[in-house]
Design a protein around this ligand. Sequence first.
Ligand code: SF4
Length: 338
Amino acid sequence: MDGGTSLERHPAQRTRQIDALAAPIFVSWQLTRDCDLACIHCCTESAPGKSMQGEFSREEALAFADELIAADVPYVMLCGGEPMVVPYFLELAERLGEAGVQLKIETNGQRFGPEAAERFAKLPIRSVQISLDADTEEVYARQRPGASLAKVHAACRAVRDAGLPLEVTFAPTRVNIEELPAAIARARALGAFRFNSGALMRIGNAAKNWRKLTPSDAQYARFRATLDREAARSRGDGEGAMELCYLPFRMEEGLQQLLYEPPATLLVLPNGWVKAAAALPYVVAELRHCSLSEAWHNYCRAWQSPLLVDALHRAIADEAEHAAANSWQELELAVCNA
Ligand code: SF4
C-alpha cells in the first residue's frame, strides 16, 4: 500500500509553475569539489585537492555565465566545495553581478577577507552564507578538520563591515549540537540576518559516518526546542531581528513539497552535469552537450519521469535512500541535440 492514487504518484499532469517559464529562476552552481577543509559531514564529499573529474575550465564557466545572463536568470548561488579556492571565482561573480544577476555566495569563510568583501560589495549580492556550526575552536575543528573558527568570525565581520547581508548555517552532528545556543548568540552578535539549520542531511560524508554523526532523539528534541524558542524571541524582537530558518526540518519533508511543485531551480555540478534534486542521484542534462535552454527543458520533463517520481517517493519514505544521492545516474533524457 503506497497510500496514493496513480495521479498522486505521478502528479506532473497538473499545471506546474515551471511549465510557464523559459528558464530557471534560480541556479545553484557548485564550482568545484576542491575545498580547504575536510568536514566530517560534507554532503558533497569535498576535501583538499579533491576536484571532480572534468570540472569546468575558466572559459567554460564564463561561457555558461554568459548563457545565464542571456537567459535573464535572475538569481545564482555560487558554492562548492569552497568557491574561494577556484582561481576565476571573483571574475565569474563579477561577470554575473555586473550584468545584474543577483548572487548568493556560500563559503566556509577560511579565505574570505576584507578584499573579497569589498569586491562583492560592488555587486548585487543577496547574501554571503558562512558556516558557523560551533562556538569553540575545539568543536569547530572536530567538525571541520583544518578550520579556524577565528577566521570564520573575521570573515563574518568582513562581510558586515562591507555592508553585505550575512547569513550563517549550522549543520548539527553529535560533535557540535550542544553548541547551538552559543552559535545562535554569536550569529546575532555578528549581525547575521538569517540562521539556517535543520536535521543533518544523510548525503555524502554524513551518510558514510551516519551512526557516529547523527544526533540522538533526545539531542534533536533539545535542538528543536532551542530553535523554536530562539525563533519566538526573534519574532518578539520585531523588524531587523535575525530570522531562524529550519523548516521543513527534515529533508524528507522538503522533498514532499517537490512532488507538488518542482522548484524553478537548476542544480549544476562542477563538471556541468545538471541534477534534478540534491537528494536524488539523477542527472538530467550535461551542459557540455546541452544549451541552458535544453537543460531547462530536460529538467521540466524529468519531473514527469515515472523513474524520478518513484525515486522521490522512496526518498520521502526512507531517508536512507538519500545516501545514494552522489551516485549519479543519467536519466535517458540527459542526451541533448546540441
Ligand atoms: S567547507 Fe563545506 S564544502 Fe568544504 S568540506 Fe566542509 S562542508 Fe564540504
